[in-house]
Design a protein around this ligand. Sequence first.
Ligand SMILES: [Zn+2]
Ligand SMILES: [Zn+2]
Length: 374
Amino acid sequence: MMDKQALKKQAMAVVDAMAPELREISLFLHQNPELGGNEYQAAQLLKAAAERRGFTVKANISGYETAFIASKGNNGPKVAFLAEYDALPGLGHACGHNLIAAMSWGAAAAFAAVAGDQAAAYLIGCPAEETTGAKVDMALDGVFDGLTAALIIHPADNNAMGGTSYATHPLRVTFHGRPAHVASKTDKGVNALDALVMFYQGIKTLRQTFTQETILAGIITKGGTAPNIVPDQAEAKFTVRALSSHYLEDTVVPSVRRLAEGVALATGTTVEAVHYEPLYKELINDSRLMELFQNNMALLGETVTILEPADADGSTDVGNVSHAAPTIHPDISIGSNITAHTPEFCLAAGSEYAQQRMLVGAKAMAMTAIDLLS
Ligand SMILES: [Zn+2]
Ligand SMILES: [Zn+2]
C-alpha cells in the first residue's frame, strides 16, 4: 500500500524544483507566439524537455506535425496531461496556452517521477485548439482511448470546474441561382441572395422550435458582385450549437438542412450546406475526477467553484477527448476581471503571478493523478 499523502508531498516538491524550467517554457512561448498548426518552437521545447526526463516521444500525430505523445511507464493507470500551445493572431497568448503547456508538462513530469513503474504518464501535445482543433482528429484516431484520465487546466479569472461546453458543428450554406441584368425585360434571372435572406429569416423562426437550448447565429459572407447583376450565388456561415452533440446532429442540423432545401424549392434555387469545421462535442467533466481535483486544490489552500452541469461557456475540442476518456477541464485563476482573447488576458498570461498560479495547477493535476494509483 502506497502512502499517497507522501507521494503528493514529493510531487509538490518536484514541481517546485521545476519552477525555473516551467517558467522558462511558459515565458518563451509567451514571447514567441505561434499560430495553430505552426507551433514548431513550442512543440520542440516540450518534446526536448520530456526526452531529458526519460519520456519516449512520438511526433507527427493525426496529420499534425506539431502534435506529439510523450510517455513514461507502462503499468497501472494511464494518466494523460494535455498540453495546448497555440496563440491568437494579433493577440499573442491571449488565451494563456503558454501556461497550459508548462502546467501540463510540470504535472506529467512530477507524476512520472513519483509514480515510477506504478503508472503510465503521458504528456499529449495538442496543437491548434483555436483553429482546427487537433484533438478532434486525435480522438478519431483513438489517441485518448483507454486512458484512465485526461487532465487539462485552463487559465481564467477564477477557480472553477464542472459545467459543460457547447457541441458545435459550423455550416456553410450556399444558394445558387442564375445571373441576369437587373433591368432585363426578357430574363429576370434567379436571385440567390433573396433565397439566402429568406433562409436567414427562417432560421430565427426555426430556432424557436427546438426543445433543447440551441444557438443558431450566422453572417452573410457572399451576397453578389454588383447591384446591376442578379446575384447568382449567395453564401452564409452559421455557427450551430447545442448542449448535446446527439441533439445537434440528429435534430438541429437536419432541420437546418430541411429549411435550406425548402427555401431552395420555393425560390427556384439550388442549395448546399457543408460543414466547414469539424464537430466539437460537448464537454463531459468526470464527477469522480472532479471530486479528487477539488480535494487536492483544497490541500493547496484553493477553493474551486463548482458549476451547474448544464452551465456552458463556449466550445472546446477537449469535449471530444471527454467522449473517449474520463476528463476534467477546470479553470484556474490568474487574475481578476480578465476575459480570454483580450490584450489584458495576454498581459496576465505573461505575469509573474500567472507563473506562480501555473505551479499550483501542475501540483493539483499531479496529485489527482496520484489518487488514481492503486
Ligand atoms: Zn481561446
Ligand atoms: Zn484557450
